[in-house]
Design a protein around this ligand. Sequence first.
Ligand SMILES: [Zn+2]
Length: 444
Amino acid sequence: MKLILSLVFFLTSFSCAYANDLGQAAEKSFSFKQLLKSISEPDLKNLNFSFPEAKAEENFVLRGDERYFITVLASTKEERTRLMELGLDIQEVEGNKVSGIAHAKTVTLLSQKGYVIVEKITFSGYAKEFLKDFPIADSAYHNYAEMVEVLQAITAKNSDIASLYSIGKSLEEREIWTLRINTDAKENEKSDKPGAVFIGDHHAREHISVEVPLLHAVWLLENRNKPEIKNYIETLDIYIIPMLNPDGAEYDIEGGKYKWHRKNTRKNPDGNIGVDLNRNYAFRWGGAGASHSTYSDTYCGPSAFSEPETQVAKKFFESHDNLKTYISYHSYSELVLYPWGGVYEPVENEKDRKAFIAMAKEMADITGYTAKQSSELYAATGDATDWTYAERGVFSFTFELSPSRWGSGGFYPGVSILEKTVKDNIAAANYLLSVTDDPYKTIK
Ligand SMILES: [Zn+2]
């Protein structure tokens, strides 16, 4: 009974219809505590799926999906970059092995080229089945409509300092919503205050990367009168964009099974779906580590900024000269990465490099993650943070959120991981706010 009651609580809390105007939204209340309490509801924790062993081929629930999670021998970053170029979407690097997602064609290519594949598993046993939306056990995660509802409600309650507006549309014409916190300027009005940007979900299946910036927004507005937070709100221009790839995120959860979808939903001419938005930015586009194969999870697109979502991000950064700091949230592997990602050389400007390292180390200490130059793992061109630093001079970081490994849940770690991940990352994001007025003060 208790279980049923908590399910009812959950369904009513999170499956509310999409409220179309702020007036309606204002009647709903989404407190940070309530959201986190729901997340850690003990009965729901028990409902959380355990991560099953791979099953036999006949149980292949993602029938038609020709991808595998493979482990390959490769011991240098140059080898890892080459593997990326051959279409492997690397998720984990450990000693002389790397693991990640590869299409069957990439698996064949790697074998032909003499790479040693030490493990190859299908997604069959790993997919969670559910009826629609997120599975019940993961219903604390917000789909697009639920995210919009939370954003509308908190904006309506804090309309003196918060505004909610769309910075453009996705390929399927979903609005890309941005919550702005600024005591003087609303929506896209100009501001001279130093700006900080937090963007989630370049990659569809990385749903936890929506929760962190979304709940950060809730937390900031709820704690707006704490002296430290009040100071950030009064002196900074803060933008939170929890879901840059709404089409991909919705596609990943529709139809009753997680699809392990990374890209947007572009239908490529050969029928393969998606362009990797985090390989589609223009800086060094299509070079080292990029895949030009449409079937690859890291397909960089036919040209730089070919996709509406990256165009929207480009326009956003280009229309704000005041932006100083940026976190692009991803999952998984618990890393704080800083440029360059596209080349092995460190950032040339010594002052910038030192500031990057100082900030990354601080945020790694707060979260327990590891700070690294992005290309220490492998080089990958065309990502968001290389472009925003190179072209816009913004101190830009890529966070790979929890968990650390595929075996701990990978892209679908369930709800038990949310509370700690959200709280630790709010602390790290608040640290970034504390240095946004002058990132160089970290090295003074
Ligand atoms: Zn990602």
